[in-house]
Design a protein around this ligand. Sequence first.
Ligand SMILES: [Zn+2]
Length: 426
Amino acid sequence: MILSLPKLLRTAAWLALIIAFPGAAVQGTENISPLGRAPDWPALERFQGTMTQSEFTSALQNVYCTRGVGEVIQVEENLARFLIDREEQKWFTLRFAPDEKSRKRVGRRWKRAAYLPRARKGRELAGLKIALDPGHIGGKWAQMEERWFQVGDSKPIQEGDLTLRVAKLIAPKLRKLGASVSLVRPKTAPVTKKRPADLTETAKEILLRAGVAQPREDFAGPADPEKEQSIRWQDELLFYRNSEIRERARIVNTETKPDVVLCLHFNAESWEDPRNPTLVDRNHLHLLINGSYLPAELEFDDVRFEMLQRLLSRTHEEEFPLAEKAALALARRTQLPPYEYTTENVAKMGSTGYVFARNLIATRLYRCPVIYFEPYVMNSDEVFWRVQEGDYEGIRSVNGIDRPSIFREYADGVVEGLVDYYREAR
Ligand SMILES: [Zn+2]
Protein backbone atom coordinates (compact mmCIF):
# COMPACT_ATOMS: atom_id res chain seq x y z
CA MET A 1 0.00 0.00 0.00
CA ILE A 2 1.22 3.47 -0.78
CA LEU A 3 0.03 6.37 1.20
CA SER A 4 -3.23 8.07 0.41
CA LEU A 5 -2.85 11.81 0.58
CA PRO A 6 -3.30 13.28 4.05
CA LYS A 7 -5.08 16.50 4.86
CA LEU A 8 -1.98 18.64 4.93
CA LEU A 9 -1.63 18.11 1.21
CA ARG A 10 -4.38 20.63 0.77
CA THR A 11 -2.94 23.15 3.21
CA ALA A 12 0.85 23.06 3.21
CA ALA A 13 2.25 22.24 -0.20
CA TRP A 14 5.75 21.79 1.09
CA LEU A 15 4.91 19.32 3.81
CA ALA A 16 2.56 17.58 1.44
CA LEU A 17 5.51 16.87 -0.75
CA ILE A 18 7.22 15.10 2.13
CA ILE A 19 4.19 13.03 2.89
CA ALA A 20 3.14 12.16 -0.62
CA PHE A 21 6.73 11.72 -1.60
CA PRO A 22 8.85 10.69 1.36
CA GLY A 23 12.07 12.01 -0.09
CA ALA A 24 11.34 15.67 0.16
CA ALA A 25 12.67 18.39 2.46
CA VAL A 26 15.69 20.54 2.96
CA GLN A 27 18.53 20.34 5.42
CA GLY A 28 21.18 22.95 6.06
CA THR A 29 21.94 25.30 3.23
CA GLU A 30 22.02 22.50 0.69
CA ASN A 31 18.84 21.80 -1.17
CA ILE A 32 18.66 18.15 -0.11
CA SER A 33 15.58 16.09 0.77
CA PRO A 34 15.31 14.86 4.41
CA LEU A 35 17.92 12.21 5.23
CA GLY A 36 19.04 12.50 1.60
CA ARG A 37 22.63 12.44 0.39
CA ALA A 38 24.44 15.24 -1.40
CA PRO A 39 24.66 14.41 -5.11
CA ASP A 40 27.90 13.17 -6.66
CA TRP A 41 27.65 15.11 -9.95
CA PRO A 42 31.03 13.95 -11.33
CA ALA A 43 29.60 10.40 -11.28
CA LEU A 44 27.54 11.45 -14.34
CA GLU A 45 30.73 12.00 -16.38
CA ARG A 46 30.70 8.36 -17.43
CA PHE A 47 27.51 9.04 -19.38
CA GLN A 48 29.16 11.58 -21.72
CA GLY A 49 28.37 10.74 -25.33
CA THR A 50 26.27 7.67 -24.45
CA MET A 51 22.82 8.96 -25.45
CA THR A 52 21.45 10.89 -28.40
CA GLN A 53 19.47 14.08 -27.94
CA SER A 54 16.29 12.40 -29.13
CA GLU A 55 16.71 9.46 -26.75
CA PHE A 56 17.26 11.83 -23.83
CA THR A 57 14.32 14.08 -24.73
CA SER A 58 12.03 11.13 -25.21
CA ALA A 59 12.97 9.69 -21.78
CA LEU A 60 12.28 13.06 -20.17
CA GLN A 61 8.96 13.66 -21.89
CA ASN A 62 7.52 10.15 -21.85
CA VAL A 63 8.86 8.67 -18.61
CA TYR A 64 10.62 10.85 -16.06
CA CYS A 65 9.32 14.39 -16.43
CA THR A 66 5.89 13.90 -17.92
CA ARG A 67 4.77 17.16 -16.28
CA GLY A 68 7.73 19.27 -17.37
CA VAL A 69 11.17 19.91 -15.90
CA GLY A 70 10.86 23.50 -14.71
CA GLU A 71 14.14 25.34 -15.18
CA VAL A 72 16.52 22.78 -13.70
CA ILE A 73 17.26 20.89 -16.93
CA GLN A 74 18.01 22.61 -20.24
CA VAL A 75 18.23 20.66 -23.46
CA GLU A 76 20.10 22.06 -26.47
CA GLU A 77 20.95 20.47 -29.79
CA ASN A 78 24.22 18.83 -28.78
CA LEU A 79 24.12 18.94 -25.01
CA ALA A 80 21.97 19.09 -21.89
CA ARG A 81 22.67 21.17 -18.81
CA PHE A 82 21.63 20.10 -15.30
CA LEU A 83 21.42 22.59 -12.46
CA ILE A 84 23.96 21.79 -9.72
CA ASP A 85 23.65 24.91 -7.57
CA ARG A 86 21.03 27.59 -8.03
CA GLU A 87 22.75 30.32 -5.99
CA GLU A 88 26.10 29.91 -7.70
CA GLN A 89 24.47 29.08 -11.06
CA LYS A 90 26.65 25.98 -11.45
CA TRP A 91 25.57 23.55 -14.14
CA PHE A 92 26.65 20.07 -15.24
CA THR A 93 27.05 19.68 -18.99
CA LEU A 94 26.23 16.37 -20.68
CA ARG A 95 27.24 15.99 -24.31
CA PHE A 96 24.94 13.92 -26.51
CA ALA A 97 26.10 11.27 -28.96
CA PRO A 98 25.70 12.76 -32.48
CA ASP A 99 23.81 9.64 -33.64
CA GLU A 100 22.99 6.11 -32.48
CA LYS A 101 26.01 4.60 -34.22
CA SER A 102 28.49 6.77 -32.38
CA ARG A 103 27.06 6.27 -28.91
CA LYS A 104 29.71 5.31 -26.39
CA ARG A 105 28.91 2.17 -24.45
CA VAL A 106 28.56 2.47 -20.72
CA GLY A 107 28.91 -0.38 -18.25
CA ARG A 108 26.10 -1.09 -15.81
CA ARG A 109 26.03 -3.07 -12.61
CA TRP A 110 22.88 -5.08 -13.42
CA LYS A 111 22.42 -7.57 -16.25
CA ARG A 112 20.18 -6.79 -19.19
CA ALA A 113 18.04 -9.75 -20.21
CA ALA A 114 19.14 -9.33 -23.83
CA TYR A 115 22.77 -9.99 -22.85
CA LEU A 116 22.05 -13.18 -20.90
CA PRO A 117 22.61 -16.48 -22.70
CA ARG A 118 19.49 -18.35 -23.74
CA ALA A 119 18.25 -20.70 -21.03
CA ARG A 120 16.44 -24.01 -21.23
CA LYS A 121 12.84 -24.43 -20.12
CA GLY A 122 12.58 -24.51 -16.35
CA ARG A 123 15.82 -22.52 -15.93
CA GLU A 124 14.63 -19.22 -17.40
CA LEU A 125 16.15 -17.23 -14.53
CA ALA A 126 19.61 -18.84 -14.58
CA GLY A 127 22.36 -16.34 -13.81
CA LEU A 128 20.01 -13.64 -12.48
CA LYS A 129 20.29 -12.00 -9.06
CA ILE A 130 16.90 -11.01 -7.70
CA ALA A 131 16.20 -9.08 -4.49
CA LEU A 132 12.76 -9.38 -2.93
CA ASP A 133 11.74 -6.35 -0.90
CA PRO A 134 8.74 -7.17 1.32
CA GLY A 135 7.02 -3.83 1.77
CA HIS A 136 6.79 -2.23 5.24
CA ILE A 137 8.02 -3.75 8.51
CA GLY A 138 5.10 -5.58 10.09
CA GLY A 139 5.15 -7.33 13.47
CA LYS A 140 5.04 -4.98 16.42
CA TRP A 141 5.74 -2.05 14.08
CA ALA A 142 2.59 -2.50 11.99
CA GLN A 143 0.43 -0.15 14.04
CA MET A 144 3.05 2.60 14.05
CA GLU A 145 3.43 2.38 10.28
CA GLU A 146 -0.37 2.50 9.88
CA ARG A 147 -0.42 -0.81 8.07
CA TRP A 148 -2.66 -2.55 10.62
CA PHE A 149 -6.39 -3.01 11.06
CA GLN A 150 -8.63 -5.43 12.89
CA VAL A 151 -12.25 -6.39 12.28
CA GLY A 152 -13.90 -7.34 15.60
CA ASP A 153 -11.97 -10.21 17.21
CA SER A 154 -10.52 -11.45 13.91
CA LYS A 155 -6.81 -11.77 13.28
CA PRO A 156 -5.36 -8.28 12.68
CA ILE A 157 -4.25 -7.61 9.09
CA GLN A 158 -0.66 -6.33 8.95
CA GLU A 159 0.67 -5.55 5.49
CA GLY A 160 4.33 -6.05 6.47
CA ASP A 161 3.59 -9.61 7.60
CA LEU A 162 1.61 -10.43 4.45
CA THR A 163 4.34 -9.19 2.12
CA LEU A 164 7.01 -11.20 3.95
CA ARG A 165 4.87 -14.31 3.65
CA VAL A 166 4.57 -13.79 -0.12
CA ALA A 167 8.32 -13.16 -0.43
CA LYS A 168 9.06 -16.42 1.36
CA LEU A 169 6.82 -18.28 -1.09
CA ILE A 170 8.39 -16.58 -4.12
CA ALA A 171 12.05 -17.08 -3.13
CA PRO A 172 12.27 -20.89 -3.49
CA LYS A 173 10.36 -20.80 -6.79
CA LEU A 174 12.82 -18.30 -8.26
CA ARG A 175 15.79 -20.32 -6.99
CA LYS A 176 14.39 -23.43 -8.67
CA LEU A 177 14.32 -21.46 -11.94
CA GLY A 178 18.02 -20.66 -11.56
CA ALA A 179 18.04 -17.23 -9.87
CA SER A 180 19.99 -16.32 -6.77
CA VAL A 181 17.59 -14.59 -4.42
CA SER A 182 17.95 -12.31 -1.40
CA LEU A 183 15.36 -10.83 0.91
CA VAL A 184 15.98 -7.16 1.63
CA ARG A 185 13.95 -7.56 4.84
CA PRO A 186 14.09 -11.16 6.14
CA LYS A 187 11.87 -10.75 9.23
CA THR A 188 9.23 -8.48 10.76
CA ALA A 189 11.81 -6.05 12.11
CA PRO A 190 13.32 -2.84 10.76
CA VAL A 191 16.49 -3.00 8.70
CA THR A 192 17.56 0.51 9.74
CA LYS A 193 19.35 0.91 13.06
CA LYS A 194 17.79 4.34 13.53
CA ARG A 195 14.68 4.73 15.68
CA PRO A 196 12.06 7.51 15.66
CA ALA A 197 13.71 9.35 18.57
CA ASP A 198 16.96 9.58 16.58
CA LEU A 199 15.19 11.63 13.90
CA THR A 200 13.65 14.40 15.99
CA GLU A 201 15.91 17.17 14.71
CA THR A 202 14.88 16.49 11.11
CA ALA A 203 11.23 16.14 12.16
CA LYS A 204 11.30 19.55 13.85
CA GLU A 205 12.89 21.11 10.80
CA ILE A 206 10.23 19.64 8.51
CA LEU A 207 7.50 21.01 10.76
CA LEU A 208 9.17 24.40 11.01
CA ARG A 209 9.39 24.71 7.24
CA ALA A 210 5.74 23.75 7.01
CA GLY A 211 4.92 26.67 9.30
CA VAL A 212 4.49 24.67 12.52
CA ALA A 213 6.93 26.56 14.75
CA GLN A 214 5.81 25.09 18.07
CA PRO A 215 4.68 21.55 17.30
CA ARG A 216 2.97 19.28 19.81
CA GLU A 217 5.17 16.49 21.12
CA ASP A 218 2.57 13.73 20.81
CA PHE A 219 -0.68 12.81 19.09
CA ALA A 220 -3.75 10.92 20.23
CA GLY A 221 -3.69 7.94 17.83
CA PRO A 222 -4.31 7.27 14.14
CA ALA A 223 -7.62 9.14 14.08
CA ASP A 224 -6.17 12.39 15.51
CA PRO A 225 -6.86 14.95 12.75
CA GLU A 226 -3.76 16.97 13.68
CA LYS A 227 -1.34 14.08 14.11
CA GLU A 228 0.78 15.22 11.15
CA GLN A 229 1.71 18.37 13.04
CA SER A 230 3.18 16.49 16.01
CA ILE A 231 6.84 15.62 16.47
CA ARG A 232 6.20 11.96 17.27
CA TRP A 233 4.20 11.36 14.07
CA GLN A 234 6.92 13.00 11.95
CA ASP A 235 9.64 11.08 13.83
CA GLU A 236 7.88 7.82 13.12
CA LEU A 237 7.22 8.66 9.47
CA LEU A 238 10.89 9.50 8.98
CA PHE A 239 11.79 6.20 10.63
CA TYR A 240 9.55 3.74 8.80
CA ARG A 241 9.23 5.43 5.44
CA ASN A 242 12.51 7.23 4.96
CA SER A 243 15.37 5.91 7.09
CA GLU A 244 14.15 2.32 6.64
CA ILE A 245 13.96 2.56 2.83
CA ARG A 246 17.32 4.35 2.61
CA GLU A 247 18.95 1.53 4.57
CA ARG A 248 17.31 -1.02 2.27
CA ALA A 249 18.72 0.92 -0.68
CA ARG A 250 22.18 0.83 0.89
CA ILE A 251 21.95 -2.95 1.21
CA VAL A 252 20.71 -3.33 -2.38
CA ASN A 253 23.26 -0.93 -3.88
CA THR A 254 26.38 -1.87 -1.92
CA GLU A 255 25.90 -5.43 -0.68
CA THR A 256 23.54 -7.63 -2.68
CA LYS A 257 23.73 -5.70 -6.01
CA PRO A 258 20.84 -7.52 -7.73
CA ASP A 259 19.80 -7.36 -11.39
CA VAL A 260 16.23 -6.54 -10.40
CA VAL A 261 14.32 -5.70 -7.21
CA LEU A 262 10.73 -6.77 -6.68
CA CYS A 263 8.95 -4.60 -4.10
CA LEU A 264 5.98 -6.54 -2.75
CA HIS A 265 2.94 -4.74 -1.35
CA PHE A 266 -0.78 -5.18 -0.82
CA ASN A 267 -2.92 -2.20 -1.68
CA ALA A 268 -5.72 -0.79 0.46
CA GLU A 269 -8.33 1.91 0.38
CA SER A 270 -8.92 4.27 3.27
CA TRP A 271 -10.14 2.22 6.24
CA GLU A 272 -10.68 5.16 8.61
CA ASP A 273 -10.63 3.69 12.15
CA PRO A 274 -8.18 0.73 12.24
CA ARG A 275 -10.19 -0.88 15.09
CA ASN A 276 -13.46 -0.47 13.24
CA PRO A 277 -12.29 -0.43 9.62
CA THR A 278 -14.38 0.26 6.56
CA LEU A 279 -14.56 -2.77 4.25
CA VAL A 280 -15.12 -1.97 0.56
CA ASP A 281 -16.29 -3.88 -2.52
CA ARG A 282 -13.49 -2.67 -4.76
CA ASN A 283 -10.47 -4.84 -5.48
CA HIS A 284 -7.79 -4.07 -8.06
CA LEU A 285 -4.20 -4.38 -9.24
CA HIS A 286 -1.43 -2.10 -10.45
CA LEU A 287 2.35 -2.03 -10.76
CA LEU A 288 4.68 0.94 -10.39
CA ILE A 289 7.95 1.72 -12.04
CA ASN A 290 10.09 4.81 -11.59
CA GLY A 291 9.20 8.03 -13.38
CA SER A 292 6.69 10.90 -13.45
CA TYR A 293 8.68 13.25 -11.20
CA LEU A 294 6.86 16.44 -10.33
CA PRO A 295 8.66 19.72 -11.11
CA ALA A 296 8.60 20.52 -7.36
CA GLU A 297 10.38 17.23 -6.59
CA LEU A 298 13.07 18.01 -9.16
CA GLU A 299 13.92 21.18 -7.25
CA PHE A 300 15.73 18.98 -4.71
CA ASP A 301 19.36 18.51 -5.74
CA ASP A 302 19.54 14.86 -4.65
CA VAL A 303 16.24 13.92 -6.27
CA ARG A 304 17.18 15.59 -9.57
CA PHE A 305 20.56 13.86 -9.52
CA GLU A 306 19.07 10.44 -8.71
CA MET A 307 16.49 10.84 -11.49
CA LEU A 308 19.19 11.70 -14.04
CA GLN A 309 21.39 8.82 -12.92
CA ARG A 310 18.46 6.49 -13.43
CA LEU A 311 17.53 7.96 -16.82
CA LEU A 312 21.11 7.83 -18.14
CA SER A 313 21.55 4.23 -16.90
CA ARG A 314 18.66 3.29 -19.23
CA THR A 315 16.99 1.41 -16.39
CA HIS A 316 13.56 2.07 -17.89
CA GLU A 317 14.41 0.09 -21.03
CA GLU A 318 14.49 -3.06 -18.88
CA GLU A 319 12.05 -2.06 -16.16
CA PHE A 320 9.10 -1.23 -18.39
CA PRO A 321 8.84 -4.37 -20.54
CA LEU A 322 9.44 -6.50 -17.44
CA ALA A 323 6.66 -4.63 -15.60
CA GLU A 324 4.25 -5.19 -18.50
CA LYS A 325 4.87 -8.95 -18.54
CA ALA A 326 4.58 -9.10 -14.74
CA ALA A 327 1.34 -7.12 -14.81
CA LEU A 328 -0.24 -9.37 -17.42
CA ALA A 329 0.76 -12.54 -15.58
CA LEU A 330 -0.54 -11.25 -12.25
CA ALA A 331 -3.75 -10.02 -13.88
CA ARG A 332 -4.25 -13.47 -15.40
CA ARG A 333 -3.80 -15.15 -12.00
CA THR A 334 -5.81 -12.71 -9.91
CA GLN A 335 -8.43 -11.67 -12.49
CA LEU A 336 -8.23 -8.19 -10.95
CA PRO A 337 -9.10 -5.05 -12.92
CA PRO A 338 -6.56 -2.21 -13.18
CA TYR A 339 -6.55 0.51 -10.54
CA GLU A 340 -7.42 3.97 -11.77
CA TYR A 341 -5.39 6.74 -10.14
CA THR A 342 -7.17 9.96 -9.35
CA THR A 343 -4.01 11.87 -8.36
CA GLU A 344 -1.62 13.84 -10.55
CA ASN A 345 1.64 12.24 -9.38
CA VAL A 346 1.60 9.22 -11.71
CA ALA A 347 1.68 8.61 -15.44
CA LYS A 348 0.13 5.57 -17.12
CA MET A 349 2.72 3.56 -19.05
CA GLY A 350 2.02 1.35 -22.05
CA SER A 351 -1.28 -0.22 -22.97
CA THR A 352 -1.95 -2.90 -20.33
CA GLY A 353 -3.67 -0.38 -18.04
CA TYR A 354 -1.84 -1.84 -15.04
CA VAL A 355 1.55 -0.09 -15.16
CA PHE A 356 2.18 3.41 -13.85
CA ALA A 357 5.31 5.52 -13.37
CA ARG A 358 5.72 7.24 -10.02
CA ASN A 359 8.59 8.69 -8.04
CA LEU A 360 8.77 6.63 -4.87
CA ILE A 361 11.84 6.58 -2.67
CA ALA A 362 12.42 2.86 -3.33
CA THR A 363 11.84 2.97 -7.08
CA ARG A 364 14.23 5.93 -7.23
CA LEU A 365 17.07 4.78 -4.97
CA TYR A 366 17.57 1.11 -5.85
CA ARG A 367 20.12 1.34 -8.67
CA CYS A 368 18.69 -1.36 -10.95
CA PRO A 369 15.28 -2.12 -12.46
CA VAL A 370 12.58 -2.07 -9.77
CA ILE A 371 9.06 -3.45 -10.10
CA TYR A 372 6.68 -2.35 -7.37
CA PHE A 373 3.66 -4.64 -7.03
CA GLU A 374 0.34 -3.36 -5.66
CA PRO A 375 -2.24 -6.14 -6.02
CA TYR A 376 -5.34 -6.64 -3.80
CA VAL A 377 -7.25 -4.17 -1.66
CA MET A 378 -6.59 -5.51 1.85
CA ASN A 379 -9.74 -3.98 3.25
CA SER A 380 -11.99 -5.30 0.50
CA ASP A 381 -14.45 -7.86 1.76
CA GLU A 382 -12.99 -10.49 -0.56
CA VAL A 383 -9.35 -10.01 0.42
CA PHE A 384 -10.16 -9.73 4.12
CA TRP A 385 -11.69 -13.23 4.13
CA ARG A 386 -8.95 -14.70 1.96
CA VAL A 387 -6.27 -13.39 4.34
CA GLN A 388 -8.20 -14.72 7.33
CA GLU A 389 -8.14 -18.17 5.68
CA GLY A 390 -4.32 -18.05 5.73
CA ASP A 391 -2.02 -20.04 3.45
CA TYR A 392 -3.07 -23.50 2.26
CA GLU A 393 -2.51 -25.98 -0.53
CA GLY A 394 -5.02 -26.46 -3.35
CA ILE A 395 -8.46 -24.89 -3.46
CA ARG A 396 -10.85 -24.00 -0.65
CA SER A 397 -14.22 -22.38 -0.56
CA VAL A 398 -13.64 -18.92 0.91
CA ASN A 399 -16.75 -16.89 1.64
CA GLY A 400 -18.61 -19.10 -0.85
CA ILE A 401 -16.08 -19.00 -3.74
CA ASP A 402 -13.47 -21.66 -4.59
CA ARG A 403 -10.03 -20.10 -4.39
CA PRO A 404 -6.35 -20.88 -4.01
CA SER A 405 -4.49 -19.29 -1.08
CA ILE A 406 -4.13 -15.57 -1.76
CA PHE A 407 -0.43 -15.80 -0.89
CA ARG A 408 0.22 -18.55 -3.44
CA GLU A 409 -1.84 -16.81 -6.11
CA TYR A 410 0.27 -13.64 -5.62
CA ALA A 411 3.54 -15.60 -5.62
CA ASP A 412 2.62 -17.63 -8.72
CA GLY A 413 1.62 -14.51 -10.64
CA VAL A 414 4.93 -12.78 -9.89
CA VAL A 415 7.00 -15.84 -10.79
CA GLU A 416 5.11 -16.41 -14.05
CA GLY A 417 5.62 -12.80 -15.05
CA LEU A 418 9.39 -13.12 -14.63
CA VAL A 419 9.48 -16.38 -16.56
CA ASP A 420 7.39 -14.88 -19.39
CA TYR A 421 9.74 -11.92 -19.65
CA TYR A 422 13.11 -13.65 -19.45
CA ARG A 423 12.05 -16.54 -21.70
CA GLU A 424 11.43 -14.05 -24.50
CA ALA A 425 14.02 -11.39 -23.75
CA ARG A 426 17.20 -13.37 -23.12
ZN1 LIG B 1 2.42 -1.09 0.95
